[in-house]
Design a protein around this ligand. Structure first.
Ligand code: AMP
Length: 414
């Protein structure tokens, strides 16, 4: 596989799949431009070398096609809204392609000069995108001389612009962008070459979302800390009384079997000994601390308690590698944020002492940011679903398509 750092883009048109799926307000203004900024180094590298850039991204979840956008419907999903802010960030004019490959757009791409940037319309205005349609992918591939995938957040989808398109480029003409490269290298570091002890901290609302990741973590982790709403299914599975806490009754057997497997594999599982419980799910609820397996009926566990914080902190501080996915409680409500905030601080402290820490998954990233600790962990993953699937041990199609040495399509590899 070739590396973007070593590639010289002079007079080369790079077709780059980015993830510019940023939130907009009602005036079509970007409210958080992190995703765009994350891919600037990749774009700037091509431009600095003297190449040209063709950008493609999905944007929201449009239900209709390009035609309805032209008629005014679903205009909110047009990547046109990104043109001005992107031009400003790059410090150059960005040309807009009205679609993803009509003759005029093809000509725009073909005639791009060194230093120019072309932004294509939303790839999801084509049903062929999510279908991973080969013809559509092949058409996209005609737009550039090389293909760069910098959209880690979409790497778990076998869509036309994230996966299939790569099959039409030879091994020496496709690569990861800087963002994608960093995501893959850091995740692989935890999965395949972690310094031990490795502690995984898994939290959030539902066990069902985290079953596969927990199963896979049993193969690599020394310690697994389970917090958040999902912990109560495990506590109930062990015979605890959990009051009105979150429970997935149909996952009780699975929780028992995960605990059994952990014991067989000598992986230490840490559940919260105590919880901050509330009489309703609200910021102004009455609260008290109780043992997690003796919660009064009518009360629900919304955060880990002080004993749990202490026990979890001791494990974290002795770890050399830390993977964190999911909050320890309802951190969005101040009254129930102490557990997540303290665990975030401990992860930062362990990092300062030399541990490698990777934080990923939407809510844990939101938590780290809300406590202003984003610069105190080793790496923050931008890919929610993709990051989860990576740690579930799955092969992500977007990554595999770049790594594959043989173009898989029988025809027309460049
Ligand atoms: P997830 O998307 O599965 O990582 O879940 C994140 C959400 O879980 C956050 O919005 C938290 O507020 C919520 N959460 C964490 N702990 C609890 C809990 N003990 N009870 C209910 N919700 C929780």
């Amino acid at each position: 596989m070739i590396s973007i750092d070593k590639f010289k883009f002079k007079n080369i048109r790079a077709l780059i799949r980015v993830d510019f799926n940023v939130p907009l307000n009602e005036n079509f203004e970007i409210t958080d431009d992190t995703r765009i900024r994350s891919s600037l180094p990749t774009i700037q590298k091509v431009l600095k070398d003297g190449g040209a850039v063709i950008l493609m991204t999905h944007f929201g979840r449009p239900k209709s096609n390009l035609q309805s956008v032209k008629l005014g419907a679903e205009e909110k999903y047009s990547t046109r809204h990104l043109l001005a802010p992107l031009s400003e960030m790059l410090g150059c004019e960005v040309i807009f392609g009205d679609d993803c490959g009509s003759e005029p757009t093809y000509k725009l791409a073909k005639n791009l000069q060194s230093g120019q940037v072309l932004l294509l319309e939303n790839t999801r205005f084509y049903a062929e995108e999510t279908q991973g349609d080969e013809e559509f992918a092949q058409m996209l591939a005609t737009l550039g001389d090389v293909y760069i995938n910098d959209a880690f957040g979409s790497a778990h989808r076998a869509h036309a612009s994230t996966t299939q398109v790569a099959h039409y480029f030879a091994e020496d003409k496709k690569m990861f962008g800087f963002l994608m490269k960093a995501e893959v290298e850091n995740a692989e570091k935890v999965l395949h070459s972690a310094v031990h002890p490795l502690t995984a901290i898994v939290g959030g609302a539902k066990v069902s979302d985290k079953i596969l990741i927990l199963e896979n973590l049993l193969n690599i982790a020394n310690n697994i800390i389970i917090g958040g709403g999902m912990a109560y299914t495990f506590i109930k599975a062990q015979g605890g009384q959990i009051g009105q806490s979150l429970i997935e009754e149909d996952k009780l057997d699975l929780a028992t079997s995960l605990l059994k497997k952990a014991a067989e594999k000598n992986v230490q599982i840490y559940l919260p000994v105590d919880s901050v419980v509330a009489d309703k799910f609200a910021p102004d609820a009455n609260s008290k601390t109780q043992e997690s397996n003796h919660i009064d009926s009518g009360w629900m566990g919304l955060d880990i308690g002080d004993q749990a914080i202490k026990a979890f902190s001791e494990v974290i501080i002795q770890s050399k590698t830390i993977l964190w996915n999911g909050p320890m409680g309802v951190f969005e409500m101040e009254k129930f944020s102490k557990g997540t905030a303290t665990i975030a601080k401990k992860v930062a402290e362990a990092t300062k002492q030399g541990a490698f820490s990777l934080v990923g998954g939407g809510d844990s990233v939101a938590a780290i940011n809300s406590f202003n600790l984003q610069d105190d962990v080793s790496f923050i993953s931008t890919g929610g679903g993709a990051m989860l699937e990576f740690f579930e041990g799955k092969k992500l199609p977007g990554i595999e398509a770049i790594k594959s040495t043989e173009p898989e399509m029988p025809h027309s590899a460049k």
